[in-house]
Design a protein around this ligand. Structure first.
Ligand code: GRF
Length: 209
């Protein structure tokens, strides 16, 4: 049985598309059972619809309080028997109750090499700008489990890319995004095929093949 995945996305969803492509090519063996997000205009919603994947438009502002929001979100995940939550450009923090309930079952992709250039406000171009301003020679991708702190949970996989002379934030972002598209599915496939074990803060790959 394929692992049942719910994807959260707020934006363009190119990472979501890369996952759909890897599934279609037979490299990634999971089922995408729901696409959720706070912005129904996001391209990711169209990608889900094109692939017959149910969508859920949900934002805290739709509810009277955080508890009601968290309850609806939790119910939605349960209704589709979610086994893995994949954050793919999701711009909101999930409620703590969801993080607790899905401990080591929520993953995120960050466009930098954590723990550098991470934390609150460090997303998208802010990351690439900070890397360039710092003069770092390497950037890259981090796939990690989600815990209660921004960009903090156990690291599953990292892939470095060079920062080249003459890079601006757009050229660096494009290079990192390409690495993201080649990284996220590998982490998910490893999780889905039981090749990853979490030992406290450490993620152990029981097999690299
Ligand atoms: C990616 O850079 C990802 O690392 C970050 O948000 C961006 C999403 O891009 N979390 P896309 O929506 O998948 O194109």
């Amino acid at each position: 049985m394929s692992m049942r995945c719910t994807v959260f996305a707020s934006g363009g969803g190119s990472n979501f598309q890369a996952l759909l492509d890897k599934r279609a090519s037979g490299d990634l063996h999971v089922d995408f059972v729901l696409l959720a997000g706070n912005n129904s205009g996001a391209k990711a919603f169209g990608r889900a619809r094109d692939n017959g994947i149910n969508t859920l438009h949900i934002a805290p502002s739709h509810f009277n309080d955080e508890a009601a929001y968290a309850k609806r979100l939790g119910d939605a995940l349960t209704e589709v028997n979610t086994e893995l939550v994949i954050l793919a450009g999701y711009m909101r923090k999930l409620p703590p109750s969801i993080v607790r309930e899905y401990r080591n079952k929520i993953i995120n992709i960050h466009p930098g090499l954590l723990p550098a250039f991470g934390g609150k406000g460090m997303y998208g171009m802010n990351v690439h700008r900070a890397v360039l301003d710092y003069g770092a020679k390497l950037s890259g991708v981090t796939v990690h489990f989600v815990d209660e702190e921004y960009d903090h949970g156990p690291v599953i996989l990292q892939k470095a890319v060079p920062v080249l002379d003459g890079d601006d934030e757009n050229t660096l972002a494009a290079r990192v995004l390409e690495a993201e598209h080649d990284s996220y599915w590998r982490a998910i496939e490893a999780l889905a095929s039981g090749k990853i074990r979490v030992d406290g803060r450490k993620v152990v790959w029981t097999s690299q093949t």
